[in-house]
Design a protein around this ligand. Sequence first.
Ligand code: NAD
Length: 339
Amino acid sequence: MNPENRQNEPVPAGNGRHIRRAVVTGGAGFLGSHLCTELRRREVEVVCLDNFLTGTAVNIEHLIGDPGFRLVQCDVTDFIHVPGDVDLVLHFASPASPIDYLNLPIHTLKVGSVGTLHALGLAKEKGARFVLASTSEVYGDPQVHPQAEDYWGHVNPVGPRGVYDEAKRFAEALTVAYRGQHDVDTAIVRIFNTYGPRMRPRDGRAIPTFIRQALAGEPLTVTGDGAQTRSVCFVSDLVRGILALAWSDQSGPMNIGNPHELSVLQIARDVLAATGSEAPIEFIDRPVDDPKVRRPDTTLAREVLGWEPEVPWQQGLASTVEWFRSAVEREDLVESGQG
Ligand code: NAD
């Protein structure tokens, strides 16, 4: 079974919240587009705000023409205006892969600060629930393993990754301030590495890079000795967790991710097996400040939301490889819209 079809579970009851209309910033991106799709499946009207900096309209083309879906091309660092009622704001606009945020360092800081300010302002104006897409990167190169929400992190603010990590840490602080000072009903989700269909083959993240290389018969470029770990979550599990948080009355921060930890070398080997490729593995330099280990402690999400990841790695990987085989043929489309 395609794991994307596993989302046919009932809408989470949460605290009985009634969500009829949602705004998704960054809705044309990898995660945003899956959120828009699932919200429409739950019959929630969706307004998607995106400037196509790292996302593309191709990701949401299946929703165009749906009367419950509206796409507005705009930059959330400029201004956000959405006419009508809004019950939920999901703030996902931000470059997210290292290639993107290293290319766009100032924009990354702007969208995490000014963009978050505007998205929170929209939630305040509409009396809407607000969910901030934060990241496991707030834990930096962690000295505590696995990472629970009460760990403050180990981030180098002036290293190259600081633009992303600190933007998200600022966004978290701003979200907490809006909750305290303006009574906005906020939540923070700390997302761990997620993979699945609609990732860009050249976004630089390990899984799409390995799959693209394997399908092209090129060497798989593993950084360092490949012993560093990542815990990867299939996108349908992540979307289910985020929406369970959105429908709940929890404020977070809450880790959502898959605690199944893999070394980067193992990920490369599994990609070779899943694609049937005989490409070699090539070891290249590790990026600066690259975290050595990464695994979420998901006790909180399990206890308060009853959420747990369900899609096994081999199954999620097979479905991602299947999607990439078709995406490689239209790579120009998938890559379009990059800033
Ligand atoms: P993505 O690059 O595919 O999506 C981000 C979207 O935001 C893109 O469509 C982009 O065009 C849009 N965007 C960027 N700046 C904007 C602006 N100023 N105004 C309007 N739209 C703008 O990335 P993604 O992987 O889908 O990540 C989405 C969110 O989730 C990000 O906030 C990211 O930090 C967070 N996150 C993702 C992961 C992951 O594994 N994918 C992990 C942790 C956190």
